[in-house]
Design a protein around this ligand. Structure first.
Ligand code: C2O
Ligand code: CU
Ligand code: CU
Length: 560
C-alpha cells in the first residue's frame, strides 16, 4: 500500500531503491559536550560501502539541545587524518570560540571552546570550516543540528518532544563516484538524503508536528513543500522564531539556511505524502533550476550541471505516513510567536558595500567568485568593526547565479531586496540570505555586540561550499577601541595618545626608544625613534595597529 501510494505520487523513477527508515540523530542535552570527529563507513546504497566522516559516529553528528543562558563546555576531539575546525553556525559566540578557519584542530588534538549561550530559541548547526576544505569535510559527512531553547519558546506550547513531535531534518544532496565514494566540489550531487538516509520513510503522529529543517547541501537551493501541496506554518528562520506563523505551501532555502515549520496532521491519519523540493519551480539563476546558463548574462555552464537529473526536477526527501497521535498531543498552532524589534536603519553608523563578481570573464558560472574583487586571504582583515556598531551591509550580486551570503557573529534583519521590503517569511532573524543574480541588491542590518578579539576574526562568505572554498569569503575583527588597550611591561617608559586617533599619533618617551608599528598580520608600517614628545603621521587605513618597542612592550591602538 505504502509503495503504491508512493508510486502514484512521485512516480516510478524514484523507486529504484527500497525505502529506509529515517534516522533521528541522538540528542545531547548536557552542557558538557564531547564531540569526537572520526572516519567511518556508511551504506547509503545496499552493498556499497562509502567512506564517511562523522561526529560521535560514522556520519553527521548528534543534535545539541542547548538552553539560552547555559554555560557550555565543548571538547572537540579530532581523530580524523586531516586538520579541521568546527564552527557553531549561527551562534553568537566569541571569535576564539567560533571555530572559523583560524581555529584549527590538528589530527589527534582537541579543542575546548567554552561559552554562554546568548542566542534566542532557534535552529543552528555545526560543521567544519577549514580554509579550502570545508566542502570536503561537510560533504563527506560532518554536520549536526543545534537547537536552542528559551523561556519565550517554552511559553508558546510548541511541539518540543525531540524525535516524536519535533523532528530534526538535515536535508542534503551528495554526489558519488563510480566506486561509491562521495565527490567534493561537484555539481553531480544526484543523491537525495534526509539525516543521511537515502529514500527515507517515517511515521508522523496525527497532530501538530514540528520540523527543524537544515539545508545542509553544499550547493543546492531547495524549494520545499509537500507532494499534496498541503500548507504548513513557518514559525522560525535561522536564528529565531518569527513574530507570527506564516502559512506557506513552498519555502525556498539556500545552502546553510534553516526553517522551523509546523504541519498540522490532526486530520491526516492514514495519509501518505512526501516532503519534496520542487526544483521545477526554481527560477533560473539558482543552483537547482533546469537551465544550465543561469540568469542574465551567463556566458558559461557548470561542467556537469545539465547531466544532473535533479536540476529542474521535483524530488522527495522523505516519505511520510501519518499514524495515531501520541498521548496529549499538540493540536493547535499559536497565532503569535516571538517579540522582537528589528534594528532601525536610522540607528546604523555605517553602510558597507560588498560586490560579488566572477574572478574570470564576466558571466562565468564556474567562478571562482570574489567579494569586492578580492579572494579570501587568511592574512588580510577585510573590515574592522567597532563593538556595538549597528551596521548596514549592502550586498550586490554581479554574477549570473544566486549566492547564499552568510555572516558569523550576528543574526541580521533584511532591510530590502532590490528596494522591496522582505516578505513575512524573511522578516525574522537570519544569518544566511540568498542574494539573487544579475546585479540584485540585498541590504541587511545587524548589531555587533558582546564579543571582541583583536586578532581572531569572524567570517562572511557564500555558503555554496565550492564558492567558499575557492575564496568567496572575507573576515572582520570586532574590537573595542574604547577599552584601555595598553599592555604594561616593566621598564618601558613611553605612552601613546590619542587612542583612537585619526592617524596622527604622539609618543611620549622618557628615554630614547625604537618603536615599530605593525598591522595585525605583523606587516611593518613604520619604524622610528621616539624621545620626548614625538609626532608620527601614519598613512594607513582605519583599523587596529600595534606599537612595539625594542624590549618587546606592545601597545595596541586604533586608527579611525
Ligand atoms: Cu556555516 Cu562560515 O559557516
Ligand atoms: Cu557560520
Ligand atoms: Cu556563491
Amino acid at each position: 500500500m505504502k509503495t503504491q501510494l508512493t508510486m502514484l505520487l512521485i512516480g516510478a523513477s524514484f523507486l529504484t531503491y527500497s525505502q529506509n527508515a529515517l534516522n533521528i540523530p541522538t540528542a545531547i542535552t548536557n552542557t558538557t559536550i564531547n564531540l569526537t570527529l572520526d572516519e567511518g563507513t556508511t551504506m547509503f546504497y545496499p552493498g556499497v560501502t562509502t567512506n564517511t566522516l562523522g561526529a560521535n559516529g560514522p556520519l553527521l553528528g548528534p543534535t545539541l539541545i542547548l538552553n539560552q543562558g547555559d554555560n557550555v563546555n565543548i571538547t572537540v576531539d579530532n581523530q580524523l587524518a586531516d586538520t579541521t575546525t568546527i564552527h557553531w553556525h549561527g551562534l553568537h559566540v566569541a571569535p576564539e570560540d567560533d571555530g572559523g578557519p583560524h581555529s584549527i584542530i590538528l589530527p589527534g588534538n582537541s579543542w575546548n571552546p567554552q561559552f554562554t549561550v546568548l542566542d534566542k530559541a532557534g535552529t543552528y548547526w555545526y560543521h567544519p570550516h577549514l580554509h579550502m576544505q570545508t566542502d570536503k569535510h561537510v560533504s563527506k559527512g560532518i554536520a549536526g543540528m543545534i537547537l536552542v531553547r528559551d523561556s519565550e519558546e517554552a511559553s508558546l506550547g510548541l511541539p518540543m518532544t525531540y524525535g516524536v513531535d519535533e523532528i530534526p531534518l538535515v536535508l542534503q544532496t551528495k554526489g558519488f563516484d563510480a566506486q561509491g565514494q562521495i565527490l567534493v566540489h561537484t555539481d553531480l550531487d544526484t543523491s537525495v538524503m534526509a539525516n543521511g538516509v537515502v529514500d527515507a520513510v517515517t511515521d508522523f503522529p496525527a497532530q501538530v508536528v514540528r520540523l527543524r529543517i537544515l539545508n545542509g547541501s553544499s550547493m543546492r537551493v531547495m524549494k520545499l513543500g509537500f507532494s499534496d501541496n498541503r500548507s504548513f506554518s513557518l514559525i522560525g528562520t535561522d536564528g529565531g522564531l518569527l513574530a507570527a506563523p506564516v502559512s506557506l505551501t513552498r519555502y525556498t532555502m539556500g545552502p546553510g539556511q534553516r526553517a522551523d515549520i509546523l504541519v498540522d496532521l490532526s486530520s491526516s491519519l492514514g495519509q501518505n505524502f512526501q516532503l519534496m523540493s520542487f526544483g521545477s519551480e526554481i527560477p533560473s539563476a539558482y543552483y537547482g533550476a533546469a537551465q544550465p546558463g543561469m540568469g542574465p548574462g551567463a556566458t558559461s555552464s557548470l561542467p556537469d550541471y545539465t547531466s544532473n537529473p535533479l536540476n529542474g526536477a521535483d524530488y522527495s526527501f522523505l516519505d511520510i505516513n501519518v499514524v495515531a497521535a501520541t498521548g496529549s498531543p499538540i493540536t493547535s498552532i499559536p497565532s503569535s510567536l516571538a517579540t522582537f524589534t528589528p534594528w532601525q536603519e536610522a540607528s546604523a553608523v555605517t553602510t558597507r558595500t560588498l560586490l560579488f563578481s566572477s574572478d574570470g570573464p564576466m558571466g562565468d558560472l564556474n567562478g571562482p567568485f570574489v567579494i569586492n574583487n578580492s579572494t579570501f586571504d587568511m592574512n588580510v582583515m577585510n573590515y574592522t568593526v567597532q563593538l556595538n556598531n549597528i551596521e548596514i551591509w549592502e550586498l550586490t550580486n554581479g554574477t549570473p547565479i544566486a549566492h547564499p551570503f552568510h555572516i558569523h557573529d550576528v543574526q541580521f534583519f533584511i532591510l530590502d531586496i532590490n528596494g522591496n521590503a522582505p516578505p513575512a517569511e524573511m522578516a525574522g532573524y537570519n544569518d544566511v540570505v540568498l542574494v539573487p543574480a544579475g546585479m540584485s541588491t540585498v541590504r541587511f542590518i545587524a548589531k555587533f555586540e558582546n564579543h571582541t578579539n583583536d586578532s581572531i576574526p569572524y567570517m562572511y562568505h557564500c555558503h555554496m561550499l565550492t564558492h567558499e572554498d575557492m575564496g568567496m569569503m572575507g573576515q572582520f575583527l570586532v574590537i573595542d577601541s574604547t577599552l584601555n588597550t595598553i599592555e604594561y611591561e616593566a621598564g618601558s617608559n613611553w605612552t601613546l595618545y590619542p587612542n583612537p586617533s585619526n592617524g596622527k599619533v604622539f609618543f611620549q618617551a622618557e628615554e630614547k626608544t625604537e618603536i615599530t608599528i605593525t598591522d595585525l598580520s605583523g606587516k611593518i608600517i613604520q619604524v622610528f625613534e621616539a624621545y620626548g614628545k614625538t609626532e608620527v603621521q601614519l598613512n594607513v587605513s582605519p583599523g587596529l595597529y600595534i606599537a612595539t618597542d625594542a624590549r618587546g612592550r606592545r601597545e595596541k591602538f586604533v586608527v579611525e
